[in-house]
Design a protein around this ligand. Sequence first.
Ligand SMILES: NC(=O)C1=CN([C@@H]2O[C@H](COP(=O)(O)OP(=O)(O)OC[C@H]3O[C@@H](n4cnc5c(N)ncnc54)[C@H](OP(=O)(O)O)[C@@H]3O)[C@@H](O)[C@H]2O)C=CC1
Ligand SMILES: O=CCCC(=O)O
Length: 356
Amino acid sequence: MTFFVRGTYPHNLSSTAMAMSSSFCPRLPVQFGTKPIFHIPTKPSFSLSFKALSVQASYGSSGKEELRVGFLGLGIMGAPMAQNLIKSGCDVTVWNRTKSKCEPLINLGAKYQSSPQEVAASCDVTFAMLADPNSALDVAFGENGAANGMAPGKGYVDVSTVDDTTSKLISARIKDTGASFLEAPVSGSKKPAEDGQLIFLTAGDKSLYETVAPFLDIMGKSRFYLGDVGNGAAMKLVVNMIMGSMMAAFSEGLLLSEKVGLDPNVVVEVVSQGAINAPMYKMKGPSMIKSQYPTAFPLKHQQKDLRLALSLAESVSQSTPIAAAANELYKVAKSHGLSDQDFSAVIEALKAKLQQ
Ligand SMILES: NC(=O)C1=CN([C@@H]2O[C@H](COP(=O)(O)OP(=O)(O)OC[C@H]3O[C@@H](n4cnc5c(N)ncnc54)[C@H](OP(=O)(O)O)[C@@H]3O)[C@@H](O)[C@H]2O)C=CC1
Ligand SMILES: O=CCCC(=O)O
């Protein structure tokens, strides 16, 4: 498979060209256990514009044709990801359960189909960014699901955060049709999605990984290929298990500081200058102190990820007491109606009024 990239790019260097340039972006095989991992940083870690970049591939015997890209699920993450593809000049067809969310993308030039099946049937590769395992399964092989529109030569890329069992089920069903499957959950939230700075954690068909790499590079800054289906899902759950516990611990610290008469804003500053600095503390701390939780990563999804990570840990008898305790806090927050707030609203679960 050969890729051709047309259009302009900062410094006249396309993302694909950057990915292939050994001086800019070396391919780094890393040993993890016995499995090879390929990590490809594809952009500098600052935001770039991708005007007029589009991706073509030569495939089959028909010469060069532009790949048609489907996108299913236009929530907080899916909408900006699809938007970046459209703005880069890709041929994009969208579908979302709530049709109104398709309108802004159609206005930008996307095509529309009225079911996942029709999107998959009309596209070469179809991305899915769905809420959870149930919705990912439903969209992949429910009634009018994408699997019904798949066929040999097509590809399905699930970028939702799900567990390995779900991902393997979707993979098997898609591959039954003769199509290829890649799981590619993302690290990075709403802003990185808008800025094309996501980190893709991929596993599955290597040839599909290579086919969609130029699209991943439009939506993200970096991509890891982790081998067999399930490894991408597991990597994502490990990362989000750590993140959920970090946010719960940070919440405890902020509230304790206030109780003992410290200024929590100073706590945020001190943390940000030390070894436990994390961008999310500086980003979310000031609004948490004001009890404001503008949603980037919905709390219900963080609790879902902790639940799935705990189940993964259970499957290998790994003790995870910190994550289990954090999960309980997110459940308390959910039971108080905070599901659709940002996950930083977990701090509310520690406030006395919610614990009565
Ligand atoms: N937000 C974030 O920071 C990040 C989220 N993620 C993960 O990405 C995925 C999407 O997250 P996000 O965009 O934030 O979530 P949203 O809740 O904003 O979007 C969820 C999407 O799933 C669709 N959906 C939900 N249930 C169904 C169903 N039964 N059938 C069909 N479609 C359904 C929604 O459709 P509708 O519009 O009709 O409700 C919507 O398109 C999740 O797995 C999340 O864990 C990963 C990295 C970061
Ligand atoms: O799954 C959500 C991850 C959010 C992030 O990585 O900032």
